[in-house]
Design a protein around this ligand. Structure first.
Ligand SMILES: C[S@@+](CC[C@H](N)C(=O)[O-])C[C@H]1O[C@@H](n2cnc3c(N)ncnc32)[C@H](O)[C@@H]1O
Length: 401
């Protein structure tokens, strides 16, 4: 996407102007939404979290952005137009996000309403759990307008409650305090949601992420399409994949290292009457090794680990982790069996991930058919031009022999 530039006009809004380098402006015009500190030339009197007008060195207008006085990402662009970013502007953005999710909301009452950069609303995340809304404001800018966003959520969607889940580590880089609390209405500790007919208990203020891995919702369905026989769901959390497979597979073993995650998984199995799912607390690395020694076999294996590489510097060790679990899983699969394997690390590109899977297949002496290459659910849209918005890769492959 190429953003159009217009000649800089001094706004009547009395906004602070920030100047960036020609290189920084080019990046924005090529579709990215961030300007790093190294491309910022003059911040004048910009204050933490202010929405500023941005121009390049030659004076041309570039857009309007959240300003941060602390993060390496100094500017997060909201608009490439010289327009008023007022209450009506925010309201129309919220409405547009909801409209884009109309079909999703018909099949699931738990989904992401706002996916930050992917929805052109950088550093703002809003998840919905059966009428309860959870907001994350991950930069000084979005934190500064948080109250207005909450008011608009209430006006537009009449939520049963609004919770602030602001304990993400990135807030530290913005100099923001970490806090989790209910800011509107009454929020129970546990909320029951439904995704494509499967019921789950979520705890938005206590669980991992904002309570669920909503980004896998559509991959659960894709896994359901190919799964059969005896299944193994590694890194199950609360049983997301396992419970979607329950109707398709004879039996499912679901593993996670977190005791609380397994306890909720068991509660979810009861809620769905899924008597063929067994949950077990285990370290997947150990469990796969033990099952290999015991010559266990499965027809379907899901691997959905946490991000093994959270920065460019740890790609090599991360790759070793992905290689190990994929290699071991492939050894445990019967001929004709399917592997559903994921990485949620932005730094692990699809190409690298496919390379690791291919290498694992070679080492395991299995021939693999690529069934499908997938990404995150469509309520986490990827913005072309901002590669960071594409983090989840899900590969479905079949063992041919
Ligand atoms: C990306 S989440 C899985 C999400 C889950 N598949 C879902 O769809 O909801 C990763 C999970 O791996 C678990 N985990 C992390 N390290 C582990 C390990 N070594 N063995 C087993 N589970 C682990 C975490 O507790 C977390 O629940």
């Amino acid at each position: 996407m190429v953003l159009r530039a217009s000649r800089f006009v001094v706004t009547s809004l009395g906004m602070t102007t920030v100047t960036i380098s020609t290189r920084g402006a080019k990046r924005i015009r090529q579709g990215h939404l961030w300007t790093y500190r190294s491309d910022v030339r003059d911040t004048r009197a910009a204050t933490a979290g202010e929405i500023v007008s941005v121009v390049e060195e030659a004076g041309n207008f570039v857009g309007q952005a959240f300003f941060s006085d602390s993060s390496e990402i100094t500017l997060r662009f909201l608009s490439n137009r010289n327009e008023a970013i007022d209450r009506d502007w925010w309201r129309s953005r919220l409405r547009a996000c909801a409209e884009r999710r109309t079909t999703i909301a018909q099949a699931a009452n738990a989904y992401r309403l706002i996916y930050s950069e992917g929805d052109l609303l950088p550093s703002i995340i809003v998840d919905v759990y059966n009428g309860h809304y959870v907001i994350q404001t991950l930069s000084q800018g979005s934190d500064r307008i948080k109250d207005q966003l909450i008011e608009l959520l209430i006006e537009e969607f009449q939520p049963r409650s609004v919770m602030e889940r602001n304990d993400a580590r990135v807030r530290g880089l913005e100099g923001l305090e970490l806090r989790n609390k209910v800011v509107h209405g009454e929020a129970p500790d546990k909320i029951e949601v439904e995704q494509h007919g499967v019921r789950f208990i979520v705890s938005p203020l206590g669980g991992q992420k904002t309570g669920a891995f909503l980004d896998q919702r559509e991959n659960y369905l894709a896994a359901q399409q190919v799964a059969f026989g005896r299944a193994l769901d590694c890194f199950t959390f609360n049983g997301g994949f396992a419970l979607h497979l329950a109707g398709r597979c004879e039996e499912i073993l679901a593993l996670d290292i977190a005791i609380e995650a397994i306890a909720t998984g068991e509660e979810n199995a009861r809620l769905n009457g899924a008597t063929n799912v067994a949950f077990k607390t285990a370290n997947v690395f150990d469990a796969l090794r033990e099952m290999e020694s015991a010559r266990e076999r499965f027809d379907t294996i899901v691997l959905d680990p946490p991000a093994f590489t959270k920065s460019r510097t740890t790609i090599k060790s991360g790759a070793r982790g992905y290689k190990e679990i994929n290699l071991r899983a492939l050894k445990l699969l019967n001929p004709g069996g399917v592997l559903i394997t994921c990485t949620c690390s932005y730094h692990m590109s699809e190409e690298m991930f496919l390379g690791i899977i291919a290498e694992s297949a070679l080492d395991a002496r299995r021939r693999l058919q690529l069934v499908e290459k997938r990404g995150q659910s469509s309520d986490h849209p990827v913005l072309l031009g901002v590669p960071e918005t594409h983090y989840l890769k899900c590969v479905i492959a079949r063992v041919m022999d």
